[in-house]
Design a protein around this ligand. Structure first.
Ligand code: MIC
Ligand code: SF4
Length: 644
């Protein structure tokens, strides 16, 4: 039996565990990336491991999230990350160089390699034929130190693409279709592999849009083959030498197959407040809008900007609409300035933002009260835009641009004929905003520059045998990391300071939570299905840790968040019987005893609810290694013990 592309790359990288579906495997990691909002923690963790130089083939530290610098904190973080990178062998992509995923695709990604990144949209690299996975900062730190990255050997879903996209229908519509079919939890434990004749009709940036937003399926990652199209993209980036063909065998077997005929797709839109709440644009076309934002790691490539410029050329942004545009990288911005597209965009009245995450993470451009905002981004979780009652719709750049002109949600197929948009044969290559590390011989000369807001990684303690505490919070289904640890311009500067940022933990759901949890000293959080979907931010585990949360009991978890809880030494528990969710209320007194033995032996645990006398059976399925991590009180303690 032949192998899928995923299996081929995984097999070439397995260094621990058995290559059997459903079991845990440790992968050798060729490349890592970090961004600044998760990077300071990742590098503090890396420093704590006391490994002098990174052991990967390439590690890159990007500055792209916290670039507003409304106080000293962001700039201090940039300086800290820059100095760690210089000393320890990491390439440093300076602020202004672009969004990590866009720049990594352009300048560093290599087909057939493994990449982990402390950002959930790391799967963008799958557009080049890499296994690129989002992870917590601590996992990235361990990988930089040469340690394996562990995943559950996933199920592999084949998305068979046939046909060709109609004019003005975009890659974004492909992934919105997949989200409509699979939902935001449909990808958990799976890798999505795109195959079929339709693949050949998609450029690398289009493929990357699709793999990027595969994160919203909850999937471990998504991947396209590396073919002649990949080769020309890399050639145009001056990197043809890193190209290799990567494809599945013809007789590869998949766990699931989804068929998508590209010719049948229409422009689509994800409605508030979930990326899987997808409709055809035609269904709600005409809806009045207040704002349009074009950019983010999903849709900020040169091709996207050229399409937008074509639509805006000679027009004026509707008087009732604010249009902002953030090209994804310095390369993109430079090239649209050279080919005249930028001038078309400026003339139309767009507000040009720097090449960074910006509004996607609530760093400016929050919409007006109840404002309807069309965004080319990947997430529309409630409140993420910075306006609590903002109504965020996710669309392609084509839909965004034409709607900015008309002032209402508009089907781009009304524009008329679409010219052919071609990628250049040669991109503008200038890596002058990437600072190289010093040689190993000179590393001692580099001082690490720490600002006053950079506080150490929070201390964790080994697992205790009896947990006796209250339920400090009960939440519902699909809680995102933006609920647990909100971002935005006000809170993001605190990413390097866990005690401070913890004051905002869960405040989206319950303003009193941080104070309550803190005064309880220790507690348990209860939630529903797909708890922790969204970001890779380990702050969504570290803040609860700081507030004394010992266990999180839910119906099901999102992958990265569950690993982050384990890495922080917090027990990830699931109900054996989902109806037992109703047996616990906020404030109830809960007791779990014999924890260590039950965890060691893989038994289910019993939670006694002393408030109503009920006993609730819960599961804490952990691999051997994860058990050791939890018992040691988290991955940092575990790694330190194992390095001794
Ligand atoms: C996001 O899109 O939510 C972020 C901000 O990029 C996060 C990382 C973070 O919270 O720092 C992600 O996707 O992992
Ligand atoms: Fe940045 Fe948004 Fe992409 Fe996250 S999703 S990396 S915030 S652009």
């Amino acid at each position: 039996m032949g192998l899928t592309l995923t299996e081929k790359i995984l097999k070439a990288h397995v260094i621990d565990g058995e290559f059997i579906k459903g079991s845990e495997i440790g992968l050798r990691i060729d490349q890592t990336l970090t961004q600044d909002a998760t990077g300071t923690m990742a590098y503090l963790e890396f420093e704590a491991m006391e490994i002098p130089r990174v052991k990967t083939e390439r590690s890159v530290a990007y500055i792209d999230h916290n670039t507003l610098q409304s106080g000293f904190e962001n700039a201090d973080d940039h300086r800290f990350i820059g100095s760690v990178a210089k000393k320890h062998g990491i390439y440093y992509s300076r602020p202004g160089n672009g969004i990590c995923h866009q720049v990594h695709l352009e300048r560093f990604g290599i087909p057939g390699k493994t990449l982990i990144g402390s950002d959930s949209h790391t799967p963008t690299g799958g557009g080049l034929g890499m296994i690129a996975i989002g992870a917590g900062g601590l996992d990235v730190a361990v990988a930089m130190g040469g340690g394996a990255y562990y995943i559950t050997y996933p199920k592999i879903v084949k998305v068979n693409l046939t046909g060709k996209l109609q004019p003005w229908v975009a890659a974004k519509d492909v992934i919105l279709k997949v989200l409509q079919i699979m939902t935001v939890k449909g990808g958990v434990g799976k890798i999505i592999e795109y195959t079929g004749e339709g693949v050949k009709t998609l450029s690398v940036p289009e493929r990357a849009t699709i793999t990027n937003m595969g994160a919203e399926l909850g999937a471990t990652t998504s991947i396209f083959p590396s073919d002649e199209i990949t080769r020309s993209f890399l050639k145009a980036q001056g990197r043809e030498d890193v190209w290799s063909e990567q494809k599945a065998d013809d007789d590869a077997e998949y766990d699931e197959i989804i068929e998508i005929n590209l010719s049948e797709l229409e422009p689509m839109v994800a409605c508030p407040h979930s990326p899987d709440n997808v409709k055809n644009v035609a269904e709600i076309a005409g809806m009045k809008i207040d704002q349009v934002c074009i950019g983010s790691c999903t849709n900020s490539s040169l091709l996207d900007m050229m399409k937008v410029a074509h639509i805006l050329k000679g027009k004026t942004v509707n008087p009732d609409v604010s249009l902002s545009i953030a090209p994804g990288s310095k390369q993109v911005l430079n090239m649209i300035s050279m080919n005249g597209c930028l001038s078309d965009i400026i003339s139309a009245g767009a507000r040009i933002l720097e090449s960074a995450c910006g509004p996607c993470i609530g760093m400016g451009q929050s919409p007006n009260s109840k404002g309807v905002s069309l965004r080319t981004f990947n997430r529309n979780f409630e409140g993420r835009s910075g306006t609590k009652d903002g109504q965020i719709y996710l669309v392609s750049p084509e839909v965004a641009a034409i709607s900015a002109i008309t002032g209402c949600l508009t089907d781009p197929r009304t524009i008329g004929e679409m010219p052919e948009f071609k990628l250049p044969e040669q991109f503008d290559i200038n890596d002058n905003m990437v600072t190289l590390p010093v040689d190993v011989d000179n590393m001692n000369e580099v001082d690490i520059l720490r600002g006053p807001n950079i506080k150490p990684f929070p201390a964790t303690t080994p697992l205790v045998d009896a947990i006796d505490c209250k339920c400090s919070l009960k939440v519902g289904d699909n809680i995102t990391t933006d609920h647990i640890m909100p971002a935005g311009a006000k809170i993001l500067p605190l990413r390097s300071n866990i005690p401070e940022i913890s004051k905002y933990c869960f405040t989206v759901c319950d303003e009193a939570f941080p104070e309550r949890a803190k005064s309880l000293g220790k507690s348990i959080i209860v939630g529903g299905v797909n708890y922790g979907q969204g970001s890779s931010r380990e702050h969504a585990a570290l803040a609860p840790l700081h507030l004394g949360v010992k266990a999180v009991l839910v119906k099901s978890f999102a992958r990265i968040h569950r690993s982050n809880l384990i890495n922080a030494g917090i027990l990830p528990l699931t109900f054996v019987n989902e109806n037992d969710y109703d047996m616990i209320n906020e404030g109830d007194d809960l007791v779990i005893s014999g924890v260590i033995d039950d965890i060691k032996n893989g038994n289910n645990l019993i939670i006694k609810n002393n408030t109503n006398g009920k006993e609730i059976e819960v599961n804490c399925e952990l691999s051997g290694r994860a058990k050791d991590i939890i018992i040691a009180g988290g991955l940092l303690n575990y790694t330190k013990e194992n390095l001794k």
